[in-house]
Design a protein around this ligand. Structure first.
Ligand code: NAD
Length: 261
C-alpha cells in the first residue's frame, strides 16, 4: 500500500527540481499526480518517466500567477476528477535584486506574483475541491529565506515569509474541515533555480555554492530535491495527521548557524 493510494495530488512547478522529484515520489506512493507548470516540454519528459515506472500522472499548462489560468485548471480538475486530496504549491522564482533602495519594483512584483499570489490563487480555487472530502493536505513550498534574510533578496524574503504565515492562516481556516496546511522550508537544494541564481551554467550546477562556504550546510553538502520530496510526502500523507500550521525546515542544519560560512 502506498502512502497516497487513491489520492489526487496536484503539484505546481512540477516540471523540474523539487516539484519534479515530489511528483515522482507521489506517483510511486500511489497518487494520481496532476503536474501544473508553464514548461510544457519538461512536463512531457516527466510524464513519460512516471508512466514508464507504472505511475499515474497528467500534465497541465498552468501559470499559477494568472487568475484565469488557475480558474481554468480548477474547472478541468473538477470535471475530470471531481476532487483534490493533496495540493503541493511549489512553483516559484527567485532572483537577486540589490539592496532594498536599489531593488527593481518590477522584480519585487513578479516574485510576489508567482510565489505568494500563485500560492494564494491555487489554494483559493482548489480548496473547494477538497471541502467535503474526509481530509485534505496542503503543503506550501516556502524557504529558509522565509524566516531568515538573505543579502540582496528582499523580494524573495518577503514572498517566502508571506507563504509561511499564509499557510498558518489556511490551517486555521480549514482545521475543522479536516484540511491540514503546512509549509516546507528547504535550505540550499541543487536544482535549476539555484543554478540560475548563481549564474552558473547547467553543467556546473551548484558548483558556486559547493566551492564557497556561503550557504553550505553543516552537513557539508547541498541538499537533493529528493530529500525535500520525502519531507513533502510526510506532510502530505497521513503520517502527519495531527500536524497543521507548521513550517518544516529541511536544510542540513544551515539555519542552526549563528553566522553562515
Ligand atoms: P526550479 O526552477 O527547478 O522549479 C520551479 C518550477 O516552477 C519550474 O518548473 C518552473 O517552470 C515553475 N514555475 C515558475 N513560474 C511558474 C508559474 N508562474 N506557473 C507555473 N509554474 C511556474 O526550482 P526549485 O529549486 O525546484 O524550486 C521549487 C520551489 O522550491 C520554489 O518555490 C523555490 O522558491 C523553493 N526553494 C528552492 C530552494 C533551492 O535551493 N532550490 C530553496 C528554498 C526554496
Amino acid at each position: 500500500m502506498g502512502k497516497l493510494n487513491d489520492r489526487i495530488a496536484v503539484v505546481t512547478g512540477g516540471a523540474t527540481g523539487i516539484g519534479k522529484a515530489t511528483a515522482s515520489l507521489f506517483a510511486e506512493e500511489g497518487a494520481s499526480v496532476l503536474v501544473a507548470d508553464i514548461k510544457k516540454e519538461e512536463m512531457t519528459d516527466l510524464l513519460v518517466s512516471i508512466q514508464s515506472a507504472g505511475g499515474q500522472a497528467e500534465a497541465y499548462e498552468v501559470d499559477v500567477s494568472d487568475e484565469d489560468s488557475v480558474k481554468y485548471f480548477a474547472d478541468q480538475v473538477k470535471d475530470t476528477y471531481g476532487k483534490v486530496d493533496v495540493l503541493f504549491n511549489n512553483a516559484g522564482i527567485d532572483q537577486e535584486g540589490g539592496k532594498v533602495h536599489e531593488y527593481p519594483i518590477e522584480l519585487f512584483d513578479s516574485i510576489q506574483k508567482t510565489d505568494l499570489r500563485g500560492t494564494f490563487l491555487m489554494s483559493k480555487f482548489l480548496i473547494p475541491l477538497m471541502l467535503g472530502n474526509e481530509k485534505g493536505a496542503i503543503v506550501n513550498n516556502a524557504s529558509m529565506s522565509g524566516s531568515f534574510a538573505d543579502l540582496d533578496r528582499s523580494g524573495y524574503n518577503a514572498a517566502k515569509g508571506g507563504i509561511i504565515n499564509f499557510t498558518k492562516a489556511t490551517a486555521i481556516d480549514y482545521g475543522r474541515q479536516g484540511i491540514r496546511a503546512n509549509s516546507v522550508s528547504p535550505g540550499t537544494i541543487e536544482t535549476p533555480l539555484i543554478n540560475e541564481l548563481t549564474g552558473t551554467k547547467k553543467e556546473e550546477q551548484g558548483k558556486a555554492f559547493r566551492e564557497s562556504n556561503k550557504w553550505l550546510a553543516p552537513m557539508g553538502r547541498l541538499g537533493a530535491p529528493e530529500e525535500i520530496a520525502k519531507a513533502v510526502l510526510f506532510l502530505a500523507s497521513d503520517d502527519s495527521s495531527y500536524i497543521t500550521g507548521q513550517d518544516l525546515i529541511v536544510d542540513g542544519g544551515l539555519t542552526a548557524y549563528t553566522w553562515p560560512g
